[in-house]
Write a protein that binds this ligand. Structure first.
Ligand code: ADP
Length: 251
């Protein structure tokens, strides 16, 4: 008994340590890549100072790399604040329609550029329990992915359904989908189905890890359904405010 427990304990400690090392290696890589690109671009610009067109092009690329660096850092800050946080002690009443509107607003430009239609339904009048800012962050990550991993002229729809105790808000796309063997892992930090495509679309690989931690912090959860080539649906389940005093019908 005891020896086995100790051995299991050690295995668990090693596993945690390995995960931590992977995380640090991933963070370093994600930060070093844009910084490396920035210094290379700066050198190139210095050499091309007599060619205004080249200077313009390379400065544009520098801005892109700087923006990428900012979003990696922003996601790391969000993740470090939320992961390991206790479930919320005093959640507030939050208007779901407002959360969804804010999230859709933040991807409107990207959606327009690909002529992707954004639609929301069933969210009116639905109240959930939580932190509005965090819920907007979670929703924004889900709709940003839906747009990023969908081809042009498709539709992204956000729908809400309620039960007595919970609200389920789903983000459905008609995009590339996710292979079954990756479905389990996409919520891990830095896990990407296709690293090249994810970076090209501006992804940090942290979005879904953030969504998952936010859902747990709300005593909710997030699930995914997906079919390669047809699309994906992510569903966030959140608690709803409960009446303090129950009255039986007819009273
Ligand atoms: P990223 O910043 O790479 O998008 P995420 O954590 O948000 O990181 O997502 C992890 C991976 O899951 C993505 O790299 C992508 O491969 C896959 N993924 C997430 N959302 C979708 C979606 N709506 N459709 C297809 N693939 C998705």
């Amino acid at each position: 008994g005891l020896v086995l427990v100790l051995a299991e304990d050690q295995t668990e400690r090693r596993r945690v340590e390995a995960v931590r090392r992977d995380f640090v290696a991933n963070v370093s890589h994600e930060l070093k890549t844009p910084v490396g690109a920035l210094s290379l671009l700066a050198e190139t610009i210095a050499d091309a100072s007599d060619d205004p067109e080249a200077v313009r092009r390379f400065t544009g690329r520098m801005q892109k790399e700087a923006a990428r660096l900012t979003s990696v850092i922003q996601d790391l800050i969000t993740l470090s604040r939320i992961q390991g946080a206790e479930p919320m002690a005093e959640p507030a009443d939050v208007d779901l329609a407002h959360v969804v509107e804010e999230a859709l607003e933040s991807v409107r430009m990207a959606a327009d550029a690909k002529e992707i239609q954004l639609v929301a339904s069933g969210t009116a009048g639905v109240t959930v329990l939580g932190d509005e800012g965090l819920l907007v962050t979670a929703m924004r990550n889900l709709v940003a992915n839906a747009v990023a991993y969908s081809p042009e002229r498709t539709r992204v729809s956000v729908t809400a359904a309620v039960t007595e105790t919970t609200a389920e808000v789903s983000v459905a796309d008609q995009g590339i989908g996710i292979p079954p063997q990756d479905l389990e892992r996409i919520f891990e930090r830095f896990y990407r189905v296709d690293a090249a495509r994810s970076r090209a679309t501006g992804g940090t690989g942290l979005g879904l890890a953030i969504v998952k931690h936010i859902s747990t912090h709300h005593r909710g959860d997030v699930t995914v359904w997906s079919k390669e080539g047809s699309g994906s649906t992510f569903t966030l389940r959140l608690p709803r405010p409960q009446p303090r005093v129950r009255q039986s019908p007819g009273q």
